[in-house]
Design a protein around this ligand. Structure first.
Ligand code: AMP
Length: 537
């Protein structure tokens, strides 16, 4: 029997139009570089976005063209998020922290036609102009940083560019499988790989993350995404927020400690999202300074949310950390760790250990863990396997066909994450395949070790990598950044680890090292490649 349902495409303009129809008066706030606060309504945002669509078309943008952004989180970036795909062009959000070679590589590989760039970030582009080919126009967004305009060829200010368009609705039919956006992986080896999202995958991902058992984004929330709009579409939050019509607060460059806390307080933010390092800094700040926050949920992902942080935020500030896992290739949200109803009865110890897991797949996504032969490992909470994933917002290939070995012949994406699954289907990451440490033929989980070390109240950050060892093959080395005013007590850390690791897995006392910072990747994760290199040297 054939279905009698409508063939209604899942495309981004329908999210945009709903926001105008249903929530025209809801606010979109931006804090610009000079601390000024801009307040737009969804109605204003809609008018500016259709004008931008018109300006892009008049400037010669055609379906399929890649149009790049080089921007922080602000309202103009949101206009670009919707206007570019709505004219069937492809939104390429460039990571502003890439090294020059990677930056120029992805601009050229994506064949970006225009680049929209924040004034304060433009120097990174300016310095590399000789290596950038094919970009026809630079549109500069005045982010209110008090510096002169950059010297980019064929450039125009965003507000002047906007004036070239007409405020008229002109939506053309879009096939839901057409490309809407492209993000490049932030892999630390080889060239970044392009992942091309469709309208359909973006739409379905947005619907999924709004669900109560996912990120629970809904109209009544005030949402501030700290996770950059250049990192996997800010985890899809801007699309989901516009879909539901919630008040959106964009922090611009105000991302740390006091500046962030003030904005969370003044705009009554209830839900926010970002990588653990941001929340670590905020946690330390909140311990010293009192704020009147309405914040109830902090989505944490990108790296493992330390259990101590989850417990600390909840017990001291009544803020719940929602731990989520994902990748550029998974749009990104794949799993989320909510407690099941019956788990709320459990004692603290067990509840927090579950909250610290990466959780269960959100509806629409399937996961498995397999051994080296591709056989499913038992769901016993201890046998590690590589995580495989599939679903409507999971990549089926990279843009240029690189790394075909990442995709199985029967339709699963190999994540490279090593995980255990337990009897309730909760997934816990024990490592990246390449970060595993092998000691006397047995694997040690660097993530488990980091979590234990970071549970120490005197530790701000900890990263564990392996060093070559003549007896043990590899031995773990623990790099620790103590919190301000504290010094490292290696013996105390060693004692803490002793209860959880076999003696042959433990680091030597002088392999527990104090450092002033841990190097981070362009998206704020610990850069273990640099640490390993430092050890080799
Ligand atoms: P990216 O594509 O840059 O977002 O990086 C994806 C990788 O980040 C994953 O394959 C994981 O290794 C890691 N990752 C993401 N979320 C988590 C998490 N909640 N816990 C541990 N690792 C994570």
């Amino acid at each position: 029997m054939r279905s009698t349902m409508m063939d209604y495409p899942l495309v981004l303009p329908s999210i945009l139009k709903r926001a105008k129809e249903v929530h025209p008066h809801k606010e979109i706030i931006t804090k610009w570089h000079d601390n000024s606060i801009q307040r737009l309504t969804y109605g204003d945002f809609y008018k500016r976005t259709i004008r931008l669509m018109s300006a892009l078309r008049k400037a010669g943008v055609k379906p399929g063209d890649a149009i790049a952004t080089f921007c922080l989180n602000h309202s103009v970036h949101l206009e670009l998020y919707f206007a570019i795909p709505s004219i069937r062009a492809v939104l390429h959000t460039i990571n502003i922290r890439l090294f020059p070679e990677q930056l120029t590589y992805i601009i050229n590989e994506a064949k970006d036609k225009f680049i929209f760039v924040d004034k304060s970030l433009a120097s990174s582009i300016e310095k590399n102009l000789s290596q950038i080919h094919g970009v026809q126009k630079y549109i500069i967004i005045d982010d209110k940083e008090n510096i002169p305009l950059p010297n980019l060829p064929n450039s125009i200010l965003y507000e002047d560019f906007l004036k070239t368009g007409d405020e008229v609705e002109n939506f053309e039919p879009i096939d839901e499988f057409e490309a809407a956006g492209i993000c490049y992986t932030s892999g630390t080896t080889g060239n970044p790989k392009g992942v091309v999202y469709s309208h359909r995958s973006t739409y379905l991902h947005s619907m999924s993350i709004c669900m109560g058992d996912a990120l629970n984004i809904r109209e009544s929330e005030t949402v501030l995404p700290v996770v950059p709009m250049f990192h996997v579409n800010s985890w899809g939050i801007p699309f989901a927020a516009v879909m539901t019509g919630c008040k959106l607060v964009f922090p611009g460059k105000h991302l740390l400690g006091a500046a962030l806390a003030e904005l969370l307080e003044s705009e009554g933010v209830t839900l926010t999202a970002g990588v653990p390092t941001v929340w670590n800094v905020l946690y330390q700040h909140l311990k010293k300074t009192k704020y009147n926050l309405k914040l109830h949920t902090m989505v944490v992902g990108g790296s493992a949310a330390p259990r101590g942080l989850i417990e600390g935020f909840e017990k001291e500030f009544g803020i719940s950390i929602l731990h989520a896992w994902g990748m550029t290739e998974t749009s990104p949200v794949g799993t989320v760790s909510h407690l099941r109803g019956f788990m709320n009865e459990w004692e603290d110890e067990k509840r927090y250990s579950y909250r610290a897991k990466q959780g269960v797949p959100v509806p629409g996504v399937e996961i498995r863990a397999v051994d080296d032969q591709g056989k499913d490992v038992p769901k016993d909470g201890k046998t590690p396997g590589e995580l495989l994933v599939r679903g409507p917002w999971i990549a089926a290939s990279y843009k240029s066909g690189e790394s075909p070995e990442s995709f199985t012949s029967d339709g699963w994406f190999r994540t490279g994450d090593v995980v255990v699954l337990d009897e309730f289907g909760y997934m816990q990451i024990t490592d990246r395949k390449k970060d595993l440490i092998k000691t006397r033929g047995e694997w040690i989980s660097s993530v488990d070790m980091e979590n234990l070390v970071m549970a120490d109240p005197d530790v701000l950050e900890a990263a564990v990598v392996g060093r070559k060892d003549p007896v043990r093959d590899e031995a773990p080395v623990v790099f620790i950044v103590p919190i301000e005013g504290k010094t490292l007590d290696a013996k105390k850390i060693h004692d803490r680890l002793k209860d959880h690791f076999a003696h042959w897995q433990l680091p030597k006392l002088d392999d527990i090292r104090s450092v002033s910072t841990i190097p981070k990747t362009s998206v704020g994760k610990f850069d273990k490649k640099i640490l390993r290199k430092q050890l080799e040297e």
